[in-house]
Design a protein around this ligand. Structure first.
Ligand code: AMP
Ligand code: MG
Length: 490
């Protein structure tokens, strides 16, 4: 076991299923810095994702115990690890900043038995050259929150980074509200290449580096574009398509990311960085949970617009490779950026149709969806439960009665019968989402050493389309969640 003040030891004899490679480390040094996790005092496994471990081909039984606690706290490195911090920049609330992994350390890329490649990263594993004034650490509450919400997103069918483990450190971290228990999260991701990674390269005005990053990203995430005529533009279009689909999925379940800075937008199309995120109860596009989002830049209803803004920063970074003539590059980039609106609208409407049980398309479907949403906003209806309960929902409200009559009429204009409609709806309207008050209760109990509340919540969230779930998990917060606040950098 490593002692405090020393670097981590290389973990013992067995492979435990690890197969780590390091293709990112082979990219030019401007993109990464070798740095080891800082060992912690008393590692303790708090939650371990056995199902994910199995998918990854890791020996879950052994890793769930003390051996895993050593690895997932950063005290010992898994065999073949070669830890590094990634360099990147990002626009935070619209302002450019150089950032980099200030508290995250990449152990390597694990190759699964099926040959897939996943980054394995420790979050909260100690300072790096990018920590600036930060301590490189994370609170137990914030890391469990990422675990709960990211795994809930996965179960909902939404592309996301995964959470393999949270290990307690036995150390305190100091935040605005005092000393909190510390923890390390093990994050598993298709990659950690961000829009901000490209922004970092663009700021260096190094075209060769930019070409290498485009090359790498295409190989890793969009191999079908390898032979594209204009690879930078093709990459942009493909990323825009995945982001359009992703943000639409967020809008279908009421997810507010909360801090859509360009460093928190992944080229892979996965949801990444669960800081101040939360789900809406009451439907209101203006909903903001993050304590620092004073102007609602990242409000629920603003997410598609912000995604497009972020993509414009990606396009900007790619300009030199889109066309050697800047004016031409700008024009082509602008056209591609403009197409995001239609891309998003298409995915959004397709998902909303499914939620309403519509299997065919009519031009008036947009109005049907928007009328319902506007009624929900005006009456402060619960987003999740309104969708799940449409069949039986009766309210003494002429507006809703009219809407329901047009929905019923609309359902007769397709071949599908009631049973098929119900099946389609139930596969697209989750019965449970991570309700904010439930998440908070789980975190509060965990901070007191009781993990059982979180374990029960995780089990429920693993099957979000199970309509047989206990009613308590389906109820909104007593006051519709009004005033709920979340925080960054905890
Ligand atoms: P986030 O808002 O979580 O995306 O973080 C933005 C930036 O701040 C990233 O570069 C993080 O690595 C860095 N950061 C957040 N918390 C800490 C911390 N406690 N210590 C060092 N860096 C941090
Ligand atoms: Mg981030």
């Amino acid at each position: 076991m490593a002692k405090i003040g020393m670097g981590p030891s290389q973990s013992g004899d067995a492979q435990l299923g690890w197969r780590l490679e390091h293709t990112y480390a082979q990219l030019p040094v401007a993109l990464h810095v070798a740095v080891a996790p800082t060992p912690v005092r008393a590692p303790r496994m708090l939650v371990f994702n056995r199902l994910l471990a199995r998918e990854l081909g890791l020996e879950g039984e052994r890793l769930a115990g003390p051996e895993g606690a050593q690895i997932f706290s950063g005290n010992s490195l898994p065999p073949g690890a070669s830890p590094l911090a990634q360099a990147y920049a990002g626009h935070q609330f619209g302002h450019f900043a150089t950032l980099g992994d200030g508290r995250a350390i990449l152990l390597g890329e694990h190759i699964t038995p099926r040959g897939e490649r996943f980054d394995v990263q420790l979050k909260g594993a100690g300072p790096t050259p990018f920590s600036r004034r930060g301590d490189g650490r994370a609170t137990l509450g914030a890391m469990l929150r990422e675990y709960i919400v990211s795994e809930a997103m996965h179960a909902l069918g939404i592309p996301t980074t995964r959470s393999l483990a949270v290990a307690g450190t036995g150390e305190e971290v100091w935040r605005q509200d005092g000393a909190r228990p510390g923890a390390v999260l093990t994050r598993v991701a298709a990659s950690h290449i961000r829009v901000g990674t490209f922004a970092w390269v663009a700021a260096r005005r190094d075209e060769e580096l930019l070409a290498a990053l485009v090359d790498y990203t295409v190989k890793r995430h969009y191999p079908e574009l390898a032979a594209a005529k204009n690879r930078a533009l093709a990459l942009f279009e493909a990323v825009a398509e995945r982001q359009a689909a992703l943000i639409a999925r967020w809008m279908h379940v009421g997810f507010v990311h909360g801090v859509m800075n360009t460093d928190n937008m992944a080229l892979s199309g996965e949801t990444i960085d669960y800081g101040p995120c939360a789900f809406i109860d009451t439907y209101d596009p203006a909903t903001v949970f993050s304590s620092i989002d004073a102007h609602g830049r990242y409000a629920f209803g603003n997410q598609a617009r912000i995604a497009q803004w972020n993509l414009a920063r990606l396009a900007e970074a790619l300009l030199p490779l889109i066309d050697p003539v800047e004016a031409v590059a700008v024009e082509r980039a602008n056209e591609a950026i403009a197409r995001f609106g239609q891309r998003f609208q298409w995915h959004w409407l397709a998902g909303m149709r499914r939620k309403l049980g519509l299997a065919n398309e009519e031009a008036e479907d947009v109005a049907l969806v928007e009328t319902l949403l506007e009624w929900m906003r005006a009456t402060k209806a619960d987003f999740t439960n309104t969708f799940t309960g449409l069949e039986t929902l009766e309210v003494a409200d002429a507006g809703f009665a009219d809407w329901k009559a047009s929905w019923r009429a609309r359902l007769t204009r397709q071949a599908q019968g009631a049973e098929e409609v119900m099946r389609l709806r139930r596969a697209n309207c989750p019965a449970v989402i991570p309700r904010n008050h439930q998440v908070e209760a789980a975190l509060a109990a965990a901070e007191q050493g009781d993990l059982s509340v979180m374990e029960r919540l995780l089990a429920v969230l693993a099957a979000p389309y199970d309509y047989g779930v206990a009613a308590a998990y389906r109820e909104p917060a007593p006051n519709g969640g009004a005033g709920y606040q979340t925080f960054c950098g905890t």
